[in-house]
Design a protein around this ligand. Structure first.
Ligand SMILES: [Zn+2]
Ligand SMILES: [Zn+2]
Length: 314
């Protein structure tokens, strides 16, 4: 008899929520790694798939092995592949232990891997891209934990000056008047592991366009497990969805105790059809593939339409 092939290890989840690709894998207790290439960030590194290397910043939510196990490998591979020194942000309490971990690798490998590790406090920010910063938000888990929100900053003209001609605005600016204010736009939020907490209802989460949310348990009998492990349960989601305006909410960190089919049924049952329509599961490969094919089809159709319209135009 021919023995079974091993399961394909790099079977990554993938969702396109324009303009962002959300890709990675996430199973409770095993590993979580979620990369958003367009934002130059990878959230957590439970292990290190090849795709994670291209993100120059790793935002670690907390110190559980399923979220941090791939970090030293990521630092090492980025340097080995000449992609520059990786930069990692993490909860402040983890900064020293993670540096100790990297120091422990030196005698193991008999060489030093360059790395940057920066602990963040609640509401501290680091630069992601020009005009976009990553803001840390304290979460509530079994150990010190942060969620993260990518925030865009736009400089806007103060409304009291909006009717003035350009020349006057320029003159005011030259006189040193503050003619603009900064508008904060939450783009994409990542909860990391957490139980229900008030910070999940902060504006950054409520107004983000996409929320990547932990949801470990789906079974009604697993409420106590959620409380003990300090995780979210699908029955916590209705309150969150009521507050979150996001057009896409992506559930991560599902437990293997519940099959995808059962989880899908529970999402519909607990959230109702309308709300469930904006909820996706990163690891639901089949459903995500159908969604992606429809997106490709839709784009093809609209570009055909443009071609038709141009052809019709004399
Ligand atoms: Zn976890
Ligand atoms: Zn955890």
């Amino acid at each position: 008899m021919v023995p079974k092939r091993p399961l394909l290890r790099e079977r990554l989840g993938f969702l396109y929520c324009p303009p962002w690709r959300i890709q990675g894998s996430s199973v409770a207790g095993e590993s979580t790694v979620v990369q958003v290439p367009e934002l130059d960030v990878v959230f957590d590194l439970g292990w290190c798939p090849r795709i994670a290397l291209s993100s120059p910043l790793a935002a670690i939510s907390h110190g559980h092995m399923d979220h941090v196990g791939g970090l030293p490998y990521w630092f090492s591979q980025r340097v080995f592949q000449k992609m520059g020194v990786g930069r990692c942000v993490c909860p402040k309490r983890l900064e020293q232990p993670l540096m100790d971990m990297m120091a422990a690798w030196s005698p193991v490998e008999n060489q030093d891997t360059p790395y940057q590790i920066q602990g963040l406090e609640h509401l501290e920010e680091v630069d992601l891209k020009p005009n976009i910063k990553l803001r840390a938000i304290e979460m509530l888990h079994a150990t010190a934990a942060l969620g993260y929100v990518a925030m865009e900053y736009r400089s806007k003209l103060r409304p009291e000056f909006s009717d003035l001609p350009q020349s006057e605005i320029r003159a005011l600016k030259e006189q040193g008047q503050a003619i603009t204010y900064e508008l904060e736009i939450p783009l994409l939020a990542y909860t990391g592991d957490t139980q229900m907490c008030t910070n999940l209802l902060r504006d950054e989460f409520c107004n983000a366009r996409v929320v990547l949310a932990e949801c470990t348990f789906f079974d009604p009998n697993h409420r106590e497990r959620a409380t003990i492990g300090r995780h979210l349960h699908i029955e916590d989601l209705p309150a969150l969805l009521e507050a979150w305006q996001a057009r896409d909410i992506i559930l991560l960190h599902g437990s293997r105790r519940t099959s995808l089919e059962q989880a899908r049924i529970r999402v519909d049952e607990v959230l109702g059809e309308t709300e469930a329509a904006r909820v996706h599961m990163l690891m639901d490969h089949r459903k995500n593939r159908i969604r992606y094919d429809a997106q490709v089809e839709e784009t093809a159709q609209s570009s055909n339409q443009v071609v038709d319209e141009l052809a019709a135009d004399p």
